[in-house]
Design a protein around this ligand. Sequence first.
Ligand code: HEC
Ligand code: HEC
Ligand code: HEC
Ligand code: HEC
Length: 449
Amino acid sequence: MKLVRTDIVLLISMLVAVSFATIATAQPHPIPLMDGLAHTGVPSCATAGCHGDQVTGDGAGPIVGQNEYFQWRSPTEKGAHSRAYEVLLTPHAKRIANNLGIGAAQKAAECLDCHADNVTPEQRSQRFQISDGVGCEACHGGAQNWLAFHRIGAGHEKNIEAGLYPTEDPVARARLCFGCHLGSSFENQFVNHRIMGAGHPRLKFELDLYTTVQQHHRVDDDYRQRKTVAPGAQVWAVGQALGLERTLELLLDDETGRSGVFPELVFFDCHSCHQPISNGVADLDWRPNPGRSIGPGMPILNDANLIMLQAAMRVIDPGLAERLESEGRSLHMASLHGGSQFRTSAETLRSIATDAANSIMTADLADAAVIRALLLEIVSTEQSSRYTNYAAAEQALFAVQRLSAALQLQGPRLTNSIEKASRAAQSPYAYNQNAFKAALNDISRQIGR
Ligand code: HEC
Ligand code: HEC
Ligand code: HEC
Ligand code: HEC
């Protein structure tokens, strides 16, 4: 079911009428696109003395850096959100929009719901400009009720009550980022295979890495006093669990899960269909995967998050790892048969993913021994034989990079092995699983000592 803004506002007002106390605890914070609040616009955050302070442009503000606006506008990848609208004016975007026949990309809700802060016209205050792209309030929430007091030390709780989005909480953050980087059932936050076919790039995402890349704030003593800082390994693991949960939600949803008589192709591994056809024995590429008993010649559900989560849970919660293993197999098998068995299996797996997220959020993932065990599991021979598909290798590489950074592992040999693994998985069309496995095995030998 597609959820549109009016439904949500109605739902919230009904719940408020029933009981204000229960909704505060039972309802997750609405994501900024759906918060119903006035969005005051990037210029209202970016003034001197606030987050666009020229004088302390080096990030030396007493509490927050006060240079967040300049960081958000960085010409590097970190500043991508500030250019998300401009991207819609490029020949690439025009081509996509033409192929889809939706008119100008920069006017189409199908694009703006992810490439800008596309709240309703009534929610746009005087200084709001859609051309600011993914602005501050697209993540931090409409500032209507907190703009005036959040800077005079009202306290984080008060700000959150007034509609500031809890971006520091990894679970809330995942729900926010996934809307645009994986998809949601809100309005038009979904890139289906038709949009991909029209030329949209494949979406890839890993919560911990992407949080780090776009980081525009300073984590210092007073930040730690104000907020709980989740360890990177926890952010990584919960991102895998919630990524699986979100994917299955969208797959189970009739609006997003199907496309005519076909299942929606975007949930399948792109390169199980898009690859060169082999002409002889030498370049035959199919190989079995120990996590699923699907033979050759079938499209495969994209199970990259599942594969990573299985590894994480073998360390964090072995009982849940077993449930993931058997239900993962069932889902793959059921994908060959379809029908109600497929639905039941997807629903069960989704609820296991939710349990896994809860388990991860209560585990101690700041413990170096646990992080090391996670890394060793990711690069183990048993696990790397599951990286038959490019999407899984891509996630494994993200994990190796983030977990070795969390352990502050360094050295030319390790760098060299990680580079070898990156080269083996550089291009989806030339992914070499044997070379990838060999590089991970090198890493395993180095950290296993
Ligand atoms: C579900 C959210 C979502 C929707 C809907 C969406 N996009 Fe995107 N788009 C993204 C994300 C995220 C990226 C960045 C992909 C990456 O690099 O991982 C992106 C990247 C792009 C790029 C490449 C940008 C570059 O820097 O090379 C273009 C062009 C683009 N989108 C155009 C469009 C158009 C046109 C539409 C509407 C038909 C659209 N997008 C709809 C999320 C979305
Ligand atoms: C893509 C989402 C996103 C966008 C866009 C974004 N932020 Fe953030 N911001 C975050 C996340 C995630 C954090 C880190 C977690 C936290 O402290 O809440 C953060 C942290 C911050 C902090 C640190 C708060 C503290 O307690 O020290 C400030 C200040 C901030 N952002 C201001 C801005 C401003 C100003 C803009 C616009 C120019 C902006 N952000 C745009 C996601 C975003
Ligand atoms: C409203 C939609 C939206 C939200 C919410 C959002 N992003 Fe993005 N993000 C985009 C789009 C669109 C792009 C691509 C823009 C471009 O190509 O310039 C992007 C690009 C990025 C990039 C640059 C790398 C790349 O692939 O282009 C990073 C890193 C990133 N986002 C991280 C995050 C994180 C972390 C969160 C959650 C805190 C988040 N984003 C939330 C829409 C969003
Ligand atoms: C079940 C098989 C299947 C899967 C899985 C699949 N596709 Fe496709 N794809 C197709 C078919 C069929 C076409 C249409 C080919 C045609 O029009 O000639 C297509 C067309 C495309 C095109 C247009 C190619 C062109 O240049 O004409 C792109 C781009 C594309 N897909 C991207 C993706 C991405 C990204 C994914 C993964 C998220 C994906 N596909 C998953 C079968 C698949």
